[in-house]
Every structure is written in structure tokens, then in C-alpha cells.
Design a protein around this ligand. Structure first.
Ligand code: LLP
Length: 382
């Protein structure tokens, strides 16, 4: 099998498990994204900070002049520290605290993506107390199911996210009357790791009919934020390392109706950072069970929870050996039977001390690490 290229000599002096980020691949990914954006100056990207808030990664993305999509006051602070301009920061989330809204107001962020009327009224009061007007978009629940894991679809009416379609018009009317609120636009997000472009076509159709309805009622539409969600190829990180930004943005160019000059925002997270990160571990033991052969590694669900949490697939490679392949279950040391990275995966024969790379782990990997079992948080190498 073709494997990724890793600087093994440098790995030898680092304590495992750790994240290794290929910054050159991150740069090429950002080049591809910016090339795909270039033909449509009205299309703007806010990187979804939740996918990876490692300061080195964040500042590299900020240096490209992209905006940031944040979901907490902590993320707003991290984005500002990394060099994102406040005027390029949007702040989403179904449960923003007063403290977080005040932070956004004081910093002068570009947008609050508001998810309920109750939140709108609190934000109005907080803005007025400070002599400000809060720029607001409404997150609309488009009631569209994306073909992805149930745990990461967000656009169905039964999900907690966004304002339901039927309730939107009264909420916009309220916003237009509140003196501390400046109505700016609409926000959508249907889910994550979406590879079937027809899901985005369905979103465009929904948004087109909604904007027509608003216009027919004499209401403003403002700008549109179509969220993130573009998937990557977890099976073939070496052959297909860069997400299909062309295909994704091209779908919106073809199917989303906009007025001249109307801005359209996107919030990709995973597609920007997933491919450049790998979790690097060492083999501790090879255990020959009666029905299985286990490669027990020092990395676990505490560094990368996606396989345990969503049954997500990540390709696993023995990067210390080119020898013949054998099937292994690759497992971590945590006392949970879900602490499994791969089942019956073909790996070059493993020996104690071999480096194991768990690929495409740059998104929702380090960002979701925990200290369960008193593990320390993983370090990063670039
Ligand atoms: N915008 C909003 C409003 C979101 O909720 C999300 C992700 C994004 C943008 C970025 O989506 P992306 O381009 O990364 O798909 N922890 C899960 C994924 C959770 C995604 C949550 N929302 C995982 O590891 O698969």
C-alpha cells in the first residue's frame, strides 16, 4: 500500500502520542480553496474554528485573510489572538451566555448568528446597555437531512439548531423593530462530512424558495451563510488529500440564486484541516488473541475520539515498516471497549516501538481531546 511520507527521524525524540501537522499540505489545501473562491468575489469563507483551534494552525489560516466562525467566547478569543480581524468573525451557537455576547459586542465582531427569539431579545438588551447595535443573522433550520452520521446532521426540524422555517418571518419582523439589533442576513448549516453534492443542491433549493418568499412579503434577505459540511476522503488520504472545493462551491454557483453584490458566506472546518493532521502513536504490544490479533498502541480515544464516538473511519498505517501486511485490530489503552481505532485493518507487520499514523485527524481530533484516565493532552509537531 502507498503510505504517507513522515519525518520519522524527528518523531524519535518526541513523546507519543502526539499530533503531527503537515503544514505544507495545509498550505496547498488553502491554495486550492482560494483558487476555487477566486471567480466569485461575493463568496467569503469563515474557517470553523471548532475543527481545530491549535494556535499554529489558526494563525496560518488567519494569515490567508479568511474569516473565523466561532461557537464560544473562548473561540472568539482564540481567533482574535491568532490574528483574525474582529470584523471577520461570526459567532454561532444555540446557547450563548451573556458573558460571551458581551465579549462579541465589545470586540465588534461581524455577526451574531442567532438561533431563537429569546436569544435575540437578550442580545438586544445587552447591546442597548452598551450603546451598540448587534449585527444579526438568523440561523434557519432548513429541515433537510444530510447523508452523513446521525450524530452530525444538524438541519432537521427535530434538531436543536436554528429557527424553524414557519417561525422565521415573525422573528425577522421583531428584529427589524428592536433598536439594539441590526438585521443582516440568514444562516444555514445542514451537517458535516457531506460528500453527496445533492444535499447541497437541496439546501440551495430551500434557500431560493425562502428568499423569494421573504422578498414577496417586502422583507429584506441580507447576506447568506451556507455553513460548512464539505466532506473529505478518509479512505484514501494519500491519493485524494485535498477536498473538492471546486465541486462544492460550483454547486452553489449553479444552484443558489443571488442578487448582484449579495454576499455568500461559507464555514468549512473539516475540509480545511482534517487532511493535514495525523495522530502518531507507538505500538506497545502485539497481542495474539484466540480470534483476533491486536496491535495495542499508546494513542487512544482521549487524543482522537471520533472512532469511539461516531464509529468514524480513519486510515491506520504502520509507518515504520514496509513489510508484508497482516490484519490487526488497532486499539488504545483506555478502559472502554469502544477505544478501538480499526478492526481487521491490513498493516505492515507490527513490532513493539513501531510508529503508527492515524490519518486525516486534523479536524475534530486535537480539538476534542480529553484527559479521561488522567491522560495528558497531546502535544503537536509541525
Ligand atoms: N458551521 C456550523 C454552524 C457548524 O455547526 C459546523 C460544524 C461547521 C460550520 C463546520 O462544519 P465542517 O465543515 O467541519 O463539516 N465533531 C464532529 C463534527 C461536528 C461538526 C459540528 N458542526 C466530527 O468529528 O465529525
Amino acid at each position: 500500500m502507498i503510505k504517507g511520507q513522515f519525518p520519522l527521524e524527528r518523531f524519535k525524540s518526541v513523546r507519543t502520542p502526539f499530533y503531527y501537522y503537515d503544514l505544507e499540505l495545509l498550505d496547498r489545501t488553502l491554495d486550492a480553496l482560494q483558487a476555487a473562491l477566486a471567480p466569485t468575489p461575493e463568496y467569503r469563507v469563515h474557517y470553523a474554528v471548532k475543527a481545530n483551534f491549535n494556535p499554529v494552525i489558526l494563525s496560518r489560516i488567519a494569515a490567508r485573510g479568511l474569516g473565523a466562525d466561532c461557537v464560544s467566547g473562548g473561540e472568539v478569543k482564540a481567533a482574535l489572538q491568532a490574528g483574525f480581524k474582529a470584523s471577520d468573525i461570526v459567532f454561532a451557537g444555540v446557547g450563548k451566555s451573556d458573558e460571551e455576547m458581551i465579549l462579541g459586542l465589545e470586540a465588534g465582531i461581524a455577526r451574531f448568528n442567532v438561533e431563537s427569539e429569546a436569544e435575540l431579545r437578550v442580545l438586544n438588551d445587552l447591546a442597548l446597555e452598551r450603546g451598540k447595535r448587534a449585527p444579526v443573522s438568523f440561523r434557519v433550520n432548513p429541515d433537510i437531512g444530510a447523508h452523513t452520521h446521525a450524530g452530525i446532521t444538524t438541519g432537521l426540524a427535530e434538531n436543536k439548531f436554528g429557527i424553524n422555517y414557519e417561525q422565521l418571518i415573525p422573528v425577522i419582523r421583531t428584529a427589524l423593530e428592536l433598536p439594539g439589533i441590526e438585521y443582516k442576513g440568514l444562516h444555514f448549516h445542514i451537517g458535516s462530512q457531506i460528500l453527496d453534492m445533492s444535499d447541497f443542491v437541496a439546501l440551495c433549493n430551500r434557500v431560493n424558495s425562502l428568499t423569494e418568499e421573504l422578498r414577496s412579503q417586502g422583507l429584506p434577505v441580507g447576506d447568506l451563510n451556507m455553513g460548512g459540511g464539505l466532506g473529505i476522503n478518509y479512505r484514501h488520504p494519500n491519493h485524494l488529500p485535498i477536498a473538492d472545493f471546486e465541486g462544492w462551491l460550483g454547486t452553489f454557483r449553479r444552484f443558489l440564486h443571488t442578487e448582484p453584490g449579495q454576499l455568500v458566506h461559507f464555514e468549512p472546518g473539516r475540509s480545511i484541516v482534517a487532511p493535514c493532521g495525523s495522530l502518531i502513536s507507538r505500538v506497545l504490544y502485539v497481542k495474539e488473541g484466540t480470534v483476533k490479533r491486536f496491535a495495542i498502541i499508546d494513542g487512544s480515544m482521549t487524543e482522537l475520539v471520533r472512532p469511539a464516538m461516531y464509529h468514524a473511519y480513519h486510515r491506520v498505517e504502520n509507518i515504520s515498516s514496509d513489510g508484508p501486511e497482516i490484519l490487526y485490530d488497532v486499539v488504545g489503552p483506555v478502559c472502554e471497549s469502544s477505544d478501538v481505532f480499526a478492526r481487521e485493518e491490513a498493516l505492515s507487520e507490527c513490532r513493539r516501538g513501531d510508529f503508527i499514523a492515524i490519518r486525516s485527524a486534523g479536524a475534530y481530533g486535537e480539538a476534542m481531546a480529553s484527559q479521561y484516565n488522567c491522560h495528558r493532552l497531546p502535544e503537536a509537531l509541525y
